[in-house]
Design a protein. Structure first.
Ligand SMILES: *Cc1c(COP(=O)(O)O)cnc(C)c1O
Length: 243
């Protein structure tokens, strides 16, 4: 058994435990394999094990892997999808829409408008998530949920017809007590409920939350998508462009 197979089995067992504990079915939780910093060969290995949904955090980095992945795409039994989960600058919107099947880190009106324009140009309807900032750490990306920017974006989305808003994403603060992590996940669910009621034209169904260190808590708190990197692929070192 390869290391990746072993990690995947261990991860699936832990997901099963969390689902059972929460009285949820495994099929309610989508597993995104976060492949940032890993080469295209790792994505290919994962795809061979049935992992077909990947998360990447940089446009440039994924641009380097995309050609190899295109070949893999043709051979794969089920379609491979790759979403951007890292911060995106508006000036890279077109390139991002060309490369990715979805953008899970939309955090401003300006970016949403640029993505809409790019998706229109490319004849796509682009799945997006709104990234919500629920921790007070200065460095965390995302929309403050009670900000004017968030309200404006939610108002604007129905008219951005080339975007397909699916839900919300958040990153919980790292290295905090478990009840704080839990509160963060619960808060994302509460914002979804609130916004679903206030903006009934938006189908905000996805709750993307939980990473290697906290996915079990996220599942218990209602995650419909977890984003797992190191627990699958091992510790990351900085990505270097293959020669
Ligand atoms: C890197 C990353 C992950 C995965 O983190 P791990 O701790 O390696 O599982 C999940 N979400 C985002 C937004 C990331 O950047």
């Amino acid at each position: 058994m390869t290391q990746l197979q072993e990690n995947l089995e261990r991860l699936e067992a832990a997901i099963a435990v969390a689902c059972r504990k929460a009285g949820r079915s495994r099929s309610e939780v989508e597993l995104m394999a976060v492949s940032k910093t890993y080469p295209a060969t790792t994505l290919a290995e994962a795809a061979a094990l049935g992992l077909t949904f990947f998360g990447e955090n940089r446009v440039q980095e994924f641009a380097g892997k995309a050609p190899e992945l295109a070949a893999l795409h043709e051979r794969a039994a089920s379609p491979i999808r790759v979403h951007l989960i890292g911060h995106l600058q508006s000036n890279k919107a077109l390139r991002a829409v060309e490369l990715f099947d979805g953008i899970d880190s939309v955090d401003s009106v300006r970016l949403a408008e640029r993505l809409n324009e790019a998706a229109g140009k490319l004849g796509k309807r682009l799945p997006i998530l709104l990234e919500v900032k629920l921790s007070t750490e200065e460095t965390k990306a995302g929309l403050a949920p009670d900000s004017a920017e968030a309200a404006q974006l939610l108002e604007r989305l129905p008219s951005l017809i080339h975007l397909d808003p699916r839900g919300l994403m958040t990153i919980a603060p790292l290295g905090v007590p478990e009840d704080e992590t839990r509160a963060c996940f619960r808060s994302l669910g509460a914002w979804r409920e609130r916004w679903a009621a206030a903006y009934p034209h938006l189908a905000l169904e996805v709750l993307s939350m939980g990473m290697s260190g906290d996915f079990a808590l996220a599942i218990e708190e209602g995650a419909t998508r977890i984003r797992v990197g190191t627990a699958l692929f091992g510790k990351r070192s900085p990505y270097t462009v293959p020669a």
